[in-house]
Design a binder for this molecule. Structure first.
Ligand code: RAM
Length: 360
């Protein structure tokens, strides 16, 4: 049974007041929230792998940022999968990659609308927890995709590839391009983003390997997934560090803005750039010699897997526990790993040789 709860009140508040006000009023931790620490476990029950796939469900997608081409592709993948499964899709979300209060309000609104499940890419791990726990307490299944919250604040996390693999391969790509020597910088997105920070930690760890002893990470800059800010941050990095040899930008918005800056500057081809980008954004810069190689997973597949995970949860086929398995349509069978994490698979490296084979 769904009880009237704090989240309902918050969502109602969000409907009648400014989003920021509602978020402030609802963002704090209450006694009720503390008592609901294990909301995920309480609503999860036992998995029945043979339960029929429910139809007519509504799954809300809440990306970090709408109008970000990466999330447009990812969420379209979710929409397509839901259509195939006979369920409904909706997308809500802030237009800025640093509007955490806005994300909290959208979680509350989706809860109030009694969606069956939501797929969320978290701008900040902790900030969404209270609202997500309330959602789960109200019977809404919560899947994070792309960027996780804390494990107890969702049922499962659909990860694009292991953070370990992504962090290390980006360092390896850049190290190769600069001949294992010189100053490098990172251009990230929001300072709070769970996925970005996880990758940056792994990059720092990878850099401890003696084979990188001549590489020095001189700065981590934040472009907030805002094209203009990322462009300016790139310019700033080059002014601050005239000897800079390379930049890693693990964000589609950041790498595109950095490529745009380098491409029109005297650094083109001299200062190397790699990271995570979409082939359609980066094609031009690979062809004009600004970028040698970068990587990404297929965002449409990530969105599809998030949608299929949400439906499997709402159908009772899985609860998010390690070891449970489910069928993700043509994508095949997936097994839930430690802490409720489901890995999509390996990322792809794009370069001049293969980039024209991809269109996203
Ligand atoms: C941006 C976002 C997103 C990240 C991609 C690679 O669009 O920061 O969270 O996964 O880049």
């Amino acid at each position: 049974m769904r009880k009237q709860s704090l989240s309902r009140t918050c969502a109602a508040l969000a409907a009648v007041t400014s989003l920021a006000l509602a978020a402030t009023a609802c963002g704090g931790t209450t006694k009720e929230d503390v008592a609901n620490e294990d909301a995920a476990a309480a609503t999860a029950g036992k998995a029945d792998p043979d339960a029929p796939t429910k139809k007519g469900l509504t799954v809300g997608f809440l990306p970090k940022q709408v109008n970000n081409p990466y999330f447009t592709v990812a969420d379209k993948g979710g929409e397509k999968a839901l259509k195939e499964l006979g369920s409904d899709y909706k997308e809500v979300g802030p237009s800025s990659g640093t509007d955490t209060a806005g994300q909290v309000s959208y979680v509350n609104t989706l809860t109030q609308q009694q969606v069956d499940a939501m797929a969320v890419s978290a701008q900040d791990p902790g900030a969404l927890c209270t609202a997500l726990k309330q959602a789960m307490k109200n019977g809404v299944k919560v899947v994070t995709y792309d960027s996780d919250t804390n494990p107890e604040c969702r049922n499962a996390f659909v990860s694009q590839a292991s953070a370990d693999a992504l962090g290390r391969t980006q360092v390896r790509l850049l190290a190769e391009q600069i001949g294992n020597k010189g100053e490098i910088a990172i251009l990230s997105a929001a300072q709070t983003a769970t996925n970005q920070n996880a990758w940056i930690e792994i990059m720092k760890d990878e850099l401890k390997d003696p084979k990188y002893k001549d590489i020095e990470l001189v700065e981590v800059a934040y472009g907030d997934d805002d094209a203009q800010k990322s462009f300016q941050q790139t310019q700033g990095l080059l002014q601050e560090h005239p000897g800079l040899k390379g930049i890693i930008s693990p964000t589609t918005v950041g790498i595109k803005a950095a490529a745009q800056y380098l491409s029109g500057s005297k650094y083109k081809g001299k200062v190397k750039l790699t990271g995570l980008g979409t082939p359609n954004d980066m094609r031009k810069y690979v062809k004009n010699g600004t970028v040698e190689a970068f990587e990404l997973w297929d965002p449409a597949k990530l969105g599809e897997l998030a949608a299929r995970t949400a439906v499997a949860l709402a159908s009772g086929q899985i609860t998010g526990k390690e070891g449970e398995t489910f069928e993700a349509g043509a994508m095949g069978e997936y097994t839930i790993g430690e802490d409720g994490v489901i890995d999509l698979g390996e990322p792809t490296v794009f370069d001049a040789e293969n980039i024209d084979r991809y269109d996203f």
